[in-house]
Design a protein around this ligand. Sequence first.
Ligand code: ADP
Length: 604
Amino acid sequence: MGISGVACAIGVAVAGAIAYTLSLRVEALALRDEAARKLTSHSAALVSELKRYGYLPALIALSPPVRDAALHPGNAAALATADRFLQSANREADAAAIYVMNPHGRTLAASNWNEQVSFVGMNFAFRPYFREAMAGLAGRFYGIGTTSHVPGLYFSWPVRGPGGIAGVVATKVDLDKVALPWQGAHDPVLVVDRNGIVFLGSMPQWRFKSIAPLSEATRRRLQQTRQYADAGALQAIGLRAAGRAAGLALVEPPSVGADPLRLFHRVTYMLTRRGVPGTDWQILSLSDMRPARQAARRSALAAAALAGLLEALGLFLLQRRRTQAERLAARARHEALSQANAELRREVDERERVEQALTRTLDELAQASKMVALGEMATGIAHELNQPLTALHTLSDNAIVFLEQGRTDVVRQNLEAIGRLVGRMARITVDLKSFARKTPPSWEPCRASDALAGARSIIDQRLAKERIALLVRLPDDEPLLMCDEVRLQQVLLNLLANAADALKGSADKRIEVGLDLDPDAPGGASATLRVRDNGPGIADAVQSHLFEPFFTTKGQGLGLGLGLSIARRILRGFDASLEARNAPEGGAEFTVRLRVQAPGKSDG
Ligand code: ADP
């Protein structure tokens, strides 16, 4: 059980406890009100009974037979008349007994004169009701009859004669019939006197017991009046205090016998009391608290169940909100991530696409520029081929003439010269073809001199025409360069053409081509091919744009601005570089750095 589990359990317990307390309080209040209502009606019944008999002794005391008996106690006839009068009066009044006593307490005449238990001759001087009447007051007393041993309520009244009080009339009333309807009630009803002794009620076993232990003085006084006759021990019922409810005391009666399940059968009563008007009695109701407790328990259970349900619902909703939030966050994260991913992918794709397009474009452009160069070359080539063709023409004409003359040795020389010329022409066309063809780089190691010769075969005529001197400086043991001859030729042609362009308008026009070797270069042996002119050099503003495609300072139709960018691109394909600077002695200098084939692989 986690912390939330403990919290839930506490919540359920608290809800149950609160519901129990509140419900018990409500039930107790209802019980109290119910008891109060009951007590009111019970006490009304008692009071009506008291009223009914309270006036009787006064009335009897005024009757002539009773007065006669009191005033002439020695007159047997008067006493007998009184006996009969009291007997018939009692029949009407439905009391327990009516009798008349002399001032010393001895019974002169009684309604039960002829019954087995007769009061006639008995002395009741010790009874409080007698003494009260002798004092001129209306007496009232509840007690157990010393003669009849039947409990009853005694009313008394003095018989006044010419010389003062001549006797006392007493009426004994049986109150048990008032209590009769209470018997069937579930909750005990008790009537106690001012000493707290139960003398009436629905619990016979508690009769003449005190609801609280009696003091010694009270006990002695009760013995004197013999109020409760020989019920004499006058024990306490043994009600134990058991807390309070609705502002009233709760009591627990003594258990009957040894009940092992006492704890479960425990009965507690709510004690409600009310004074009986006109008396010093109290009427008590003991209300069984069990139904109230059961109702409170049911409420507690219901509240606990409800609390548990609400908690479960709350937890469920909380959990659901949490998982929903987590799911949303996860989805947001996922979306952000996949969005970023998609963006990245798009960017990569875009880059790849642009790169491919660029490669394609540059390849196309390289091809296009070659075609431009070819156009330019066409004139040169025509001239180039024209020469050998003219020579061939002359040589073949001469050969025929010499053949007719029989000078076969000269014919042989001519034919050999023709063969050389044809070879030279063939080479020119081969070079042309390879230049024009869109071939992949072959990585066939080549010599700078061969590439230069190829380039020159195309440009030399222009150089001569523009009076540009080309100075070539190549080492004797020329290494093989890691490049393709046709490509290198293309690069050189470009650089030479640019140099020639730059020299336009110069007086002394010179282009120098040189090759230097660096056997100990960091990445292995390398060669540096330099093309330098003595033109105006590269302007500062131009320098940073030199290798950009379509950058040109030449006028419309004179340059595409592609030469250098294509040259650099070609060289990159061979792991070679192309740089430009202004030479210290003036003019532009372009440097091509190439790898040199390892000596072992050299084919000589
Ligand atoms: P284009 O020759 O069609 O202009 P290039 O890429 O070959 O295109 O050259 C770009 C620019 O570089 C030229 O327009 C020119 O301004 C400058 N340039 C190239 N070679 C030289 C050189 N040898 N001397 C001075 N400027 C040069």
